[in-house]
Ligand binder design. Structure first.
Ligand code: F6P
Length: 359
């Protein structure tokens, strides 16, 4: 009988998910002759038995398309599944029964830390019987297992282009332009895009900032003849001794959402200076649209690798990029810690060495 594998995309979407789906479907068929089932809307589809057949025809023209053909959900945790009454219930047994019914040789879970943690718990709940492998994705690039996740590089490209554009209008009007980027509790997008776009100040969650220091650096710059400045703020940036700016406090089924860090900073600068300050929040623009070439290729490499992991019956493993090689990392390691920017990171050193104020 032909073997069957399944794939789902969980958590927030990002560019490159479709490229991963395409690689899994093509490699499974071309190399192993397997059939592939798509599970809709992350684990929601596994709860509600929403399954679709994926063929090589379904993935034509998918490589460059943003989003995910299968849909995704960041509040479909089977261990705290939202009910109509606005509460949550554990439906993990139902999920395992639904997946068992499919008779899978493997389940590819494409996700970030939350989705991987759910995958790991499901494996444990199945006594190790669930044949799960993982592919890491998130624009935040905060997964401990891998040096790069699908979607991160595209988000950096999008943010870099946006900040480049802010330079010209900031210069025309002698303004301080503050650009807030995503990244949750990690400063990778802010630091990478800020450095690439020549930002004067970059504020990241890992280095709580001192507002006086930020203002002094603006004064120094403006006294030396520059008439405008660019500040890139991670959504998780916060002042020393202050809290994260939160736009939605979440609940048992939804994670807390960050937002407002740039407005908060703008308020502080306006309080103490006469600078003309404007705020741009890039938001989900960073997650939409076509993946860059790097993300397409990373997603393709991860997809092929995940299928080969299933063929080798190496379950409970996540594909990861290390020193430009794709390797297998146990899912436990992938879900243990968040990968944050270290003060010793090369990007931090390069920013400081070129006069960027990090707060
Ligand atoms: O984890 C990816 C991410 O885009 C974060 O950078 C951001 O904080 C969050 O998701 C936004 O989530 P939502 O799509 O629920 O607004």
């Amino acid at each position: 009988m032909t073997e069957r594998i399944a794939i789902l995309t969980g958590g927030g979407d990002c560019p490159g998910l479709n490229a991963a789906i395409r690689a899994v479907v093509k490699h499974a068929d071309l190399r192993y002759g397997w059939q592939v089932t798509g599970i809709e809307d992350g684990f929601a589809g596994a709860v509600e038995r929403r399954f679709v057949e994926l063929s090589r025809k379904s993935v034509i023209n998918l490589l460059s398309r943003g989003g995910t053909l299968l849909g995704s959900s960041n509040h479909a945790n089977p261990f705290a599944y939202p009910t109509r009454a606005g509460e949550s219930q554990d439906v993990s047994e139902q999920v395992l029964a639904n997946l068992t019914e499919l008779g899978l040789s493997g389940l590819v879970v494409v996700g970030g830390d939350g989705t991987m943690a759910i995958g790991r718990r499901l494996m444990e709940a199945s006594g190790g019987a669930l044949p799960l492998v993982g592919i890491p994705k998130t624009i935040d690039n905060d997964l401990a297992a891998t040096e790069a996740t699908i979607g991160f590089q595209t988000a950096v490209e999008v943010a870099t282009e946006a900040i480049d554009r802010l330079h010209t209008t900031a210069e025309s009007h002698d303004r301080i332009m503050i650009c807030e980027v995503m990244g949750r509790y990690a400063g990778w997008i802010a630091l990478s895009a800020g450095l690439a776009s020549g930002a004067d100040v970059i504020l990241i969650p890992e280095i709580p900032y001192d507002i006086e220091r930020v203002i002094q650096s603006l004064h120094r710059r403006h006294q030396s003849g520059c008439t405008y400045s660019i500040i890139v703020v991670a959504e998780g940036a916060r002042p020393q001794g202050g809290d994260f700016a939160v736009s939605d406090s979440g609940d048992a089924t939804r994670e807390k959402r960050l937002g407002g860090a740039a407005e908060h900073l703008a308020g502080g600068i306006k309080q103490w200076t006469d600078y003309d300050v404007r705020v741009t929040v890039l938001g989900h623009i960073q997650r939409g649209g076509a993946p860059c070439a790097f993300d397409r290729n990373l997603a393709t490499r991860f997809g092929v690798f995940a299928v080969d992991l299933i063929a080798a019956r190496k379950f409970g493993q996540v594909a990861a990029l290390r020193c430009n090689e794709i390797v297998a990392v146990p899912i436990e390691a992938a879900t243990q810690n968040t990968r944050l920017v270290e003060p010793t990171d090369d990007l931090v050193k390069a920013a400081r060495a070129t006069g960027v104020e990090l707060g």
